[in-house]
Design a binder for this molecule. Sequence first.
Ligand code: ATP
Ligand code: MG
Length: 412
Amino acid sequence: MCVLILHYHEIWLKGCNRNFFLQNLKRASKQALEGLHVKRTVWEDHRLLITFEDDNMAHHGIERLRKVPGVAYVAVAEQTNPDLDSIIDTGSRLMRTVEFHSFRVRARRSQKSLPFRSVDIGRQLGARIWTDATENGRKVKVDLSNAEATCYVDVTTSRALLYREKIPGMGGLPTGSAGKLTCLLSGGFDSAVAAYKVIKRGVRLSFVHFWGRAVEPGEGSSPVARKLVRTLTPYQGRSRFYLIPFDEIQREIVVAAPQDYRILLYRRMMLRIAERIAYREHSHGLVTGDSISQVASQTLKNMEAVGSVASLPIYRPVVGDDKQEILDLARHIGTYEISCEPFSDCCPMYLPKSPKIHSTAAELDNIEADLPIKDWVTKGLRAASKEVYEWRAGEVTLLKKHNHESSPPIRR
Ligand code: ATP
Ligand code: MG
């Protein structure tokens, strides 16, 4: 029977907090593997060992665990007794099924009390693999740094685990270990990638999307944002998604404010409304997809001027990334195709021809002094709706959907 090995990432650094991180990782792994008929899960010497009723499930398990933050790598291993003869027999069998010209054995013992050393495994198993191949008329050599095939051997307290491939996980820290943040998710590339980057660090995100009525059916931004939330949900297990109708507020800004300041005022309104939701969600800050000087509203001065309305910290995980780096990561995490989908509501329709490139908080405060900012915030929150998504048995499902009118926003 094979066993799936999960190695965790970075958590060993956390000293006395380690248990807290491990509990979060265990919970996330359990959720990811739901429905795959797990037989047994045990922690053994800094790794999680999972066995299934049916060995084929281990391969599905790998695909799911690759989306769990905190996982350094996973592997499907054969297990045997922790003695040299069993290890050599199992390793020989495992390596006979592959073609290679160069190979190596990478052995590690977590129990130093064993009567053999890692180098003994390397030498003796290596000799056996070489003999097996030579007897079969194949010419193979040992290459410790650049081998075509590797036989990994991990010897733990109760067993030896042998495998050929380490499949990289997403790294980072387990969901929930860092607390909560609220992400302004636009439907574009940047904010989805920004979201992924903080989820990877153990943050649980709630999402806020501001939408306008579509010019034509099917052209709205909310279906795109919703798909992004669904795509990001497996990485954190569960997501709350707030949708705020924004075109009325935008129209009022268009009427009341100078054209070149419009976009900065939209952003300020988005931050104010998102912050109120963040407080309701017990989040410790906001996340945006701003990247320095990518567009006019993201010059350093404009980000300072816009951000001054928020009292919670604003995290901008892609602030130093080039667009190409953002697009590469978007492809990797599965949001690229979704963000490519065209939509024509929200900001694009109300964009100024030449937006202000360098503003100050005082200038924006001055323009806003005559505007009904509080009313707009209330209007946005009253009209908000919420959806909750969960990753269960390998599928993202909508758990709840409701309108906020029934639950007035918490004031602060
Ligand atoms: P993205 O930056 O996600 O690619 P974008 O380029 O359309 O989308 P920008 O104009 O760069 O958005 O806006 C900067 C940031 O402001 C976004 O990354 C996002 O965090 C936030 N934002 C912009 N529009 C919206 C929106 N309609 N709903 C929620 N957040 C938004
Ligand atoms: Mg952007």
